[in-house]
Design a protein around this ligand. Structure first.
Ligand code: CTP
Length: 219
């Protein structure tokens, strides 16, 4: 079967972690490798889409034919994503930090105290914001990392964030997850679901894009 074409469509994809600075030498990050989002960007460009990839700090090469914007923090990722609208589809594959330090210390924090508390504040939910934006893409796709009750939590996010599709990582499948080359996803939408993998992230990206292309053709 030949891959469904995305010729003429604009896709905006976020990938990787975000780093939230504490002081000039420290940050809060996470273990997202960016591989899933980069694989989606690469496969979408191969299908003829015009792809903009907003990447957090990762050491991955830019896929052929993809326009890349590098960012560090959740706030910077939000700005770059909103600047990338309008598009036909937004795919939020980034592991955006949910919290960021209330203040960035201007100088290196010294270990003066036996206990040290860091105040964190919520970051804006980029995905939820894109989904209610005046220039809302026709298709908004989120990711979710769930360990328990995968379907209930994923469907909760689908509804709450007003998404069209959500791809839930089936955490706990051997060899899948954040730093792995393989993954297992279940994609949920209103009235349906599809289990993908376990398979290499490059293959999952293609299977996810089949679903996305199908929805964009009928949307
Ligand atoms: N996301 C985002 N902006 C944030 C946080 C998350 O755009 N500030 C997006 C991610 O790109 C991903 C999805 O939202 O597509 C993940 O949703 P989230 O509610 O953060 O779920 P989990 O990461 O699974 O975390 P939790 O269950 O703790 O809420």
């Amino acid at each position: 079967m030949s891959a469904a074409s995305l010729q003429g469509l604009r896709l905006l994809i976020s990938a990787g972690p975000t780093y939230e600075d504490i002081d000039p030498v420290r940050f809060i990050g996470n273990r997202s490798s960016g591989k899933m989002g980069f694989a989606i960007a690469e496969a979408a460009a191969r299908r003829g889409a015009q792809v903009r990839l907003v990447a957090g700090p990762v050491s991955l090469p830019t896929p052929a034919g993809v326009a890349r914007t590098d960012v560090r923090s959740a706030a910077q990722m939000r700005e770059a994503v909103l600047a990338g609208l309008p598009v036909d589809a937004y795919i939020g594959a980034a592991a955006v930090a949910d919290y960021t330090p209330a203040q960035v210390a201007p100088g290196k924090i010294k270990k003066n105290e036996a206990r040290f508390a860091l105040e964190l504040v919520r970051t804006p939910d980029i995905l939820a914001e894109v989904a209610v934006h005046a220039a809302r893409p026709r298709l908004v796709v989120g990711f979710a990392a769930e360990t328990d009750d995968v379907e209930r939590y994923a469907r909760g996010k689908l509804e709450k964030k007003k998404l069209d599709l959500i791809a839930a990582n089936r955490v706990g499948v051997p060899g899948s997850g954040f730093e792995s080359d393989d993954n297992a996803l279940t994609v949920y939408w209103a009235g349906g679901e599809r289990a993908l993998g376990p398979a290499p992230k490059t293959r999952l990206a293609d299977e996810l894009l089949d679903l996305i292309a199908q929805r964009l053709r009928t949307a």
